[in-house]
Design a protein around this ligand. Sequence first.
Ligand code: UGA
Length: 437
Amino acid sequence: MIGGGYVGLVSGACLAAFGANVTVIEHDPARLDRLKTGTMPIYEPGLEELVAAQRQAGRLAFSGDLATALQKSRAVFIAVGTPTRRGSGHADLSYVHAAARAIATHAPDGLLIVTKSTVPVGTGRQVAAIVRQARPDLTFHIASNPEFLREGHAIADFMQPDRVIIGLEEQLGAPSTARTLLETLYAPLSGPEGRLLFMGLESAELTKYAANAFLAMKVTFANEMADLCEATGGQIADVTRGMGMDPRIGPHFLTPGPGYGGSCFPKDTQALATSARQAGTPTQLIETTIAANEARKRRLAERILALAGGDITRCTIAVLGLTFKAHTDDMRQAPALTILPLLHEAGATLRAHDPQGMETACTLLPKGITYTATPLQAAEGADMLLVLTEWPTFAALTPGQLAPRMRGRLVLDYRQIWRKDEWLEAGFHYHCLGSAP
Ligand code: UGA
């Protein structure tokens, strides 16, 4: 498993739990040292315990030495980062290409090379071409096996997936060898009732992007319907419940929020839009989704300024939640990174708390924001409470706990974690998304 990042670590540990002997290759010495001492570089519930158990069982190891690991491997997974290239919507494939070159140098005959990183359509064939060019005589197989893990639920998502997508390349080597090996690796999910879905390489690569883009679009649709509900007296919770009971629509990913974020939806929508433009078939829906999501974050900041009467300079805002969603320490593309700088620039005093994200947040957000050890401390002297992440610890807070600490009485619950009537009874003004105040 090349890459000891989020995908590589979770996939490596879970494949070991399925019975494979896995070596996770990490090239960053500091990260490798941490992994070897059992310290996880990311926060993911259950991961540390799973890694420890698999290492103890002798099925999981960490190393920086790809050459040695490949000599005893039948399959290698590429699970390196594919960030958005600066200034363009392209996925940066330099790490994938570097991994392909390293594999080509050391691959034993018959190796199965699997891309697990999220990569644009066509990348599997590029990897094959790199290996073939470097080692024309090598027999190898190539597959695409994108992951659908959600941060915070990654282990359960891997162990009990809705489906495992496997794209195989028909031209290179015998596809049956690759298929059999992947069925063995995913043995607990194989069989007649299994969830393994085999298809061509391009289809597998596209499935990953299409799934994320569709979900991003669904969230964005819910956000727009929430705005419409607010303007017309509707209740988004009722509307989405009514929509979601139609099995063709489904109830999931219809909760309005401050805009989708994270390392996946923003990057993958950009990459899919770019691939589509390059292929001469631009995706208007995805392009619009990207623009609507960006605009939403800015508009929410403007809405908060308007609620402060246009002058926010004497306003103290308690910000509950910084990460892009709950159960993660991930700050990538978090709505807080757009909303808080705009409020700070307008002169607001910000006091923020997040159970996992503060360490990273303080390196990304403007200086002058106060980070507090508890959510209650964030509320000290605040005029407004602004909820940006749906952490359960925030949902458990009551007006009775917060009111005595606050100066003002305004709640902006942008994750719908509280019950409106409780706050109204306690004398607060309560704003949430998708319901007129
Ligand atoms: C997403 C996909 O859900 C995974 O299937 C996929 O494997 C992963 O990307 C990836 O490509 O690696 P993740 O980024 O962890 O997973 O986060 P989600 O739980 O999907 O949430 C994405 C964003 O949408 C978050 O900002 C979340 O707050 C927002 N969201 C989600 C809403 O605002 N409303 C919803 O109803 C659902």
